[in-house]
Design a protein around this ligand. Structure first.
Ligand code: NAP
Length: 249
């Protein structure tokens, strides 16, 4: 029930970090991958193919919603359909709320929330038209639950991802589409470079993680495969925290 043999997955932001980890995990479970992003995902292509998955690369800047039609159309043309969408692409801007700029607000909201919604809408229409149903997985955050500091647009966007995941699940569960999310805790990726480089923040964060270590992209594999597979057919509108116990503190 965890097999993704014959399934097609779109993963956004797949060239590095968590998106790469998720793409490789889905390929290992049998899926073919449409790898979407603004940087060439060469390493991910190699790793997905090594795991036995076919790949199709779609270069797209999700800072605007212009590419969403192309992403879904090209995936359907290449693989014959779309079964799984992982909305992973995301950015973060750090600044005091008092100094936060319109650019820092809009750029984050556009990628993390606006493009996530319209790509989900486009993929859901394709899934419904094909009569196959499907799985949509949104990458949320600890800041879907907590306030954080110095990241106002990130917190707003990720809190929005939680609400939107529930709304879309309510609307699409009856159409055979499971909409769920994953809330990663603190993972060692580009997104957290600044935190890990700051000795004080690094040790404060580590001291609060019950598992006692930063997450690695491969730690998301189990949750990603579960939410993409038949094993989660009756799971709707939920967010699985993969956080080394952070939220339990
Ligand atoms: P990352 O290494 O910075 O990767 C982010 C990915 O999103 C990259 O592939 C990036 O492409 C892509 N991306 C950014 N802006 C884009 C745009 N305008 N158009 C297309 N693609 C774009 O960070 P990550 O940690 O793997 O983040 C992945 C997701 O997990 C994000 O949604 C993030 O908020 C979330 N998350 C991360 C953590 C963590 O601890 N790392 C925790 C909770 C949630 P480029 O390489 O070209 O920039």
């Amino acid at each position: 029930m965890f097999s993704l043999e014959g399934k097609t997955a779109i993963v956004t932001g797949a060239n590095t970090g968590l998106g790469q980890g998720i793409a490789v995990a889905l390929a290992e479970a049998g899926a073919n991958l449409a790898l979407v992003g603004r940087s060439s995902p060469d390493e991910t292509v190699e790793r997905v193919q090594k795991a036995g998955g076919k790949t199709h690369v779609i270069m797209a800047d999700l800072g605007s919603i212009d590419p969403v039609d192309t992403i879904v159309r090209e995936t359907v043309e290449t693989f014959g359909g779309v079964d799984i969408l992982v909305n992973n692409a995301g950015i973060i801007k750090r600044n005091d709320a008092l100094n936060f700029t319109v650019e820092e607000w809009d750029s984050v909201m556009n990628v993390n929330l606006r493009s996530l919604f319209f790509l989900s809408q486009k993929a859901a229409r394709a899934m419904i038209d094909a009569g196959t149903g499907g799985k949509i997985i949104n990458i949320a955050s600890m800041l879907s639950y907590q306030g954080g500091v110095r990241v106002p647009s990130y917190t707003a966007s990720k809190s929005g991802v939680l609400g939107l995941t529930r709304l879309l699940a309510n609307e699409w569960a009856g159409r055979g589409i499971n909409v769920n999310g994953i809330a990663p805790g603190y993972f060692a990726t580009n997104n957290t470079d600044a935190l890990r480089a700051d000795e004080k923040r690094n040790s404060e964060i580590l001291g609060r993680i019950p598992a006692g270590r930063w997450g690695q992209p491969s730690d998301l594999a189990g949750a990603a495969v579960f939410l993409s597979s038949r094993a989660s057919d009756y799971v709707h509108g939920t967010i699985v925290a993969v956080d080394g116990g952070w939220l339990a503190r």
